[in-house]
Design a protein around this ligand. Structure first.
Ligand code: CTP
Ligand code: CA
Length: 227
């Protein structure tokens, strides 16, 4: 019902959203992952759809229903998420990366369950860095030419403004959104700090859906300004 009254600020746009954690296998029964409920990304996908966009949501392992009218692609690892993003970014006009992508994966996932060997010694795992999906896509020709507007997220435990400003430059995105902590993980509300070339602006504490709708309006405004 509320969706009916949303202004269609993203009509004609193709929005790609990543959400949730990734899961990096150690063996067939275990792995490492990040803390992320996916709620913020799912709310953004929903808000973008309400705003008239065609939305593809690339989701890591989460327990959330698919927003109405959104095309959902489920992935597990960062490598799966990377491949899906490269595919769907080709036609996208807006990319919003909210996923908590694992920075590293085990260098060698075992085909078989690793068994305790009785010695009392723990296995030693080597790790390799995962591709930075957002940075790669934000530095691609379609993004640098203005055809694809990229938005990053950052969850920081301290010095949010300084870290978000540095991260915005490093990722090469026009807009970097900081989560104003500390207890946003899995919660239904949040507060956001929007960092762009002009400076920083706060979206005060609200439900994740209300913030997602405000953020969608801010993205639409900034994307229009780059054309
Ligand atoms: N991101 C991504 N691919 C990765 C890591 C991060 O697409 N391999 C995206 C996230 O979805 C988020 C943004 O980059 O939009 C920032 O993620 P974050 O983990 O805060 O940044 P990192 O560059 O990984 O730096 P660090 O974790 O060391 O703070
Ligand atoms: Ca990271």
């Amino acid at each position: 019902v509320i969706a009916f009254f949303q202004p269609k600020v993203l009509a004609g746009q193709q929005v790609l959203v990543t959400a949730g954690p990734t899961f990096e296998a150690i063996d067939p029964v275990r792995g490492i992952t990040n803390l992320s409920s996916g709620k913020m990304g799912f709310a953004i996908a929903r808000a973008a759809r309400e705003a008239g966009a065609d939305v593809t949501l690339i989701a890591g392992p989460v327990a959330l229903p698919t927003p109405r009218g959104v095309q959902r692609v489920d992935v597990k690892s960062a490598q799966n998420m990377h491949l899906a993003c490269v595919e769907y970014a080709r036609a996208a006009t807006i990319f919003v990366a909210t996923a908590a992508v694992a920075d590293w994966r085990p260098a060698q996932a075992s085909d078989q369950k690793i068994k305790k060997d009785g010695s009392g010694n723990a296995p030693v795992l080597g790790f390799v860095e995962n591709v930075d999906i957002l940075s790669e896509i934000a530095h691609s020709p379609r993004a640098t030419s203005g055809a694809l507007f990229c938005v990053g997220f950052a969850a920081e435990s301290h010095d949010l403004l300084a870290h978000a400003t540095a991260k915005r430059a490093r990722k090469g995105v026009p807009l970097l959104v900081g989560n104003i902590g500390p207890a946003t993980f899995g919660q239904d509300d949040n507060a956001l700090l929007l960092v762009d070339a002009q400076g920083a602006q706060e979206l005060p504490r609200n439900s994740k859906l209300a913030l997602a709708r405000q953020l969608v309006a801010e993205i639409a405004k900034r994307q229009r300004a780059t054309h």
